[in-house]
Design a protein around this ligand. Structure first.
Ligand code: GLC
Length: 720
């Protein structure tokens, strides 16, 4: 988003503003429909009247928004409209799968379409900005916020972010940006030590440049309206005051002209970080780093008047932030229509939005095991067992905005509707965290009477998301006990995992299941979507966007590791490995199967040598040799086997989805630029070497799923 030069209207307004009114515009306060951080001492409505707040978060709905806006317009000296922000992360009322789940669709068009629907629902409830997309490349399942990300790969997070920004910021029928995206948390928040939320982050400059910054650069290129710095310090420098990354890189090198909005109370928390003695020093650090809006910290309101008096900040520095805030409101059209879109009747689109929520859920659920038990062909009796069968609230996942449990269609309801000719024998068995009286017996009876059992286990929604780090991301014992009981029935078991992070699973639970479907917290339409997949109405097509650890001690584990001097070799004890755990994760990045069979052949490039400005087209033929139409995702990785620094064993450079009818073959083509083979050398300078680049194409990151073709980068410019 370009704020551009401020209009004459904004200049005239600024001429009339007092210092207090100016600092008020730089302050965002929470109102209490939901709590996303420690409650503050303030009363937002009083502060609106006093002109000491420019935006609110965590409030929505026609009446509340209209009242707050009316107060700002009619009961303040200058009548400057407010803007309203909310964490609309995976839906507002029609709740979609959590981001970690929807990322497993690898479907750029879907990501954009669901974001657009989120924006339509949020805008009619008076929301102008969503604090999304969250683009923290996540590789540690102990960190509860992994749920909000698009997984372990920088490119996937970048492509996800681009699609979300396009979907959010599409102009509505009033011609203004529907809702503004605020990409977060800039940057490297997901690398917190031990996966402990808000913990310290110590990553290399290389990791920052190659892993954590690329998704943010992508959304800046896409025109994202705002960026939110992370709570954390990175190598001792608090992100909220990180002048080099915020001013020099984000604004200077990338040319970002949008808003920088602090995270919740993060400016005030610079005092806790030990880099500011008081709110005054905290406000100075953040303002000089380029942070425009103080969310909940009240540091700008309380600290900057003194800082100005001391000469620690200038009025120009305050004006620089103020212009961006007022220009943003002008870009939203709020000076012309401060009530824009509130209460617009969108009921005629509800059926379509629910259908999209169902499609998103279908495309997010990952089938990782199927011993020929799925799809279920009209089973006479289905034992539907487990605490996630009838969990309308928990299936929505964390950050579910205004999503209501009563609007959920549960797995129980979905299975009853989807298997109308089968007898569904339901037993809860236990609740999510503890046994229930008689539950075991009820489950035993349901299991004994069934031809097949669908066992639905998982996590409570509020054990995932912010401030939900776990040292043991595992299923609760009561659920494992229930599983053992069900397995003893001897009937085939389809294990359904309704979770928001990879959980460490015991081998017996995995080995004893005839099929395993990672259904995630898949939102309002979880039930119908699951039934669609289990019945074969739709073939599963999702693939893991995050590696699934086999044990706690493996974490962090991800596909793009560096080879080391002693690459893992199962036949060589002197190679990198564990004594007490496998080297490989339980399921790798990109794994996921469906009901069709896909074969790849004829992998080729159009050139064997490419000049430094050249292009390589990589093609592969994909055949559906199965008996049903299905979607396949193909990944393209590269490896630079010899470079000035060690390079990851695989680097994802593109991915593509293709729908094929039974028996159909089609070509999938990728285009690589020679510059895609460049890297940061030992001096962190971008470099493109002559020499061999290995290109891998396949259905996942599993070595056996990949085929390789080589290309030579040739600075001499010779193209063969
Ligand atoms: C929270 C989160 C951030 C969210 C903000 C507003 O603390 O860190 O992701 O957008 O506060 O709710």
């Amino acid at each position: 988003m370009r704020t551009g030069r401020p209009s004459a209207r904004i200049h005239a307004l600024m001429e009339r503003m007092t210092l207090e009114e100016k600092l008020g515009q730089l302050s965002m306060l929470a109102d209490g429909l939901i709590e996303t951080g420690p409650p503050g001492p303030h009363n937002p409505f009083t502060m609106i009247e006093e002109g000491r707040v420019g935006s609110l978060l965590n409030v929505w709905g026609r009446d509340l928004i209209r009242e707050a806006q009316r107060k700002a317009l009619e009961e303040t000296r200058l009548g400057i409209p407010l803007f309203f922000g909310l964490d609309v992360v995976h839906g507002h009322k029609s709740i979609h799968p959590v981001p970690l789940a929807e990322a497993c669709s690898f479907d750029r068009a879907l990501w954009e379409e669901t974001a657009r629907d989120n924006a339509i629902e949020a805008a009619t409830d008076g929301i102008h900005m969503t604090f999304a997309p969250m683009l923290d490349v996540s590789r540690d399942a102990r960190w509860g916020r992994i749920v909000e990300s698009a997984g372990e790969d920088p490119l996937v997070n970048a492509e996800y972010g681009r699609a979300r920004v396009r979907g959010y910021q599409n102009p509505g029928d009033d011609g203004f940006m529907r809702i503004a995206g605020c990409a977060k948390h800039f940057c490297a928040y997901s690398a917190v030590i031990s996966g402990r939320d808000y913990g310290e982050v110590d990553v290399s400059q290389r990791a920052i440049e190659e892993i954590y910054l690329p998704p943010f650069r992508a959304v800046v290129e896409e025109g994202v309206a705002a960026i939110m710095p992370a709570f954390v310090d990175v190598a001792g420098v608090a992100m909220t005051a990180h002048k080099r990354l915020l001013r020099n890189v984000l604004r200077g090198q990338w040319g970002f002209e949008g808003l920088i909005i602090s995270d919740y109370n993060a400016i005030a928390e610079l005092v806790n970080h030990g880099v500011a003695a008081d709110l005054c020093e905290a406000g100075v650090l953040a303002l000089k780093a380029g942070v425009d809006i103080d969310m909940m910290g009240d540091a700008y309101n309380k600290g900057l008047p003194e800082a100005l008096a001391r000469g620690d900040v200038t009025l120009d520095e305050i004006h620089e932030a103020l212009v961006r805030v007022l220009a943003f409101k002008e870009q939203l059209g709020l000076f012309d229509d401060p009530y824009r879109g509130i209460g617009r009747d969108i009921s005629n689109g509800r059926v379509k939005r629910r259908a999209l929520a169902r499609e998103a859920a279908q495309k997010s659920m990952v089938l990782v095991k199927n011993d020929a038990v799925l799809p279920l062909r009209n089973p006479a009796r289905v034992g539907l067992i487990g605490p996630m069968c009838d969990a309308p609230a928990d299936q929505l996942g964390a950050w579910a905005s205004a999503g209501a449990a009563e609007d959920s269609i549960t797995i129980l309801a979905g299975m009853r509707a989807g298997f109308a000719s089968s007898r569904i024998v339901y037993a809860q068995g236990c609740d999510l965290k503890s046994a229930i009286y008689g539950g075991a017996e009820e489950a035993r009876l349901a299991a004994a009477d069934a031809n097949v059992i669908v066992l639905c286990l998982g996590e409570e929604r509020f054990t995932t998301g912010e401030a939900c780090s776990r040292t043991r991301p595992e299923l609760p014992q009561c659920q494992l006990d229930l599983a053992r009981l069900v397995y003893e029935s001897g009937q085939p078991v389809v294990l359904v995992l309704a979770v928001s992070r990879p959980l460490v699973l015991p081998d017996w639970l995995v080995d004893g299941a005839a099929a395993i479907l990672i259904c995630w917290h898949a939102g309002s339409e979880t039930g119908p979507a699951l039934a669609d997949l289990l019945s074969g109405a739709v073939s599963p097509s999702a693939k893991l966007c995050v590696s699934w650890p086999a044990t706690l001690g493996q974490m962090p584990v991800f596909y793009g590791m560096r080879p080391t001097g002693r690459p893992h070799d199962p036949n060589n004890g002197w190679s990198t490995s564990f004594l007490d755990a496998p080297y490989a994760p339980r399921w790798r990045f990109g794994e996921g199967i469906g009901y069709a069979c896909f074969e790849r052949s004829n992998l080729r490039t159009d050139v064997a040598r490419v000049s430094r400005e050249g292009v390589v087209n990589v093609s592969v033929d994909v055949a559906n040799t199965g008996d049903c139409e299905a979607i396949e995702t193909i990944f393209l990785f590269i490896r630079d086997p010899v470079a000035r620094v060690t390079r990851p064993v695989l680097e994802l450079k593109d991915f593509a989805r293709i729908t094929l009818r039974a028996g159909e073959t089609a070509m999938v083509q990728f285009t690589l630029r020679a510059n895609d083979f460049s890297y940061l050398d030992e001096n962190m300078e971008s470099r493109l070497d002559d020499g061999l680049i290995q290109i891998f194409v396949g259905a996942s990151s599993r070595p056996e799923a990949l085929q390789r073709v080589d290309v030579i980068v040739d600075a001499s410019g010779a193209i063969v």
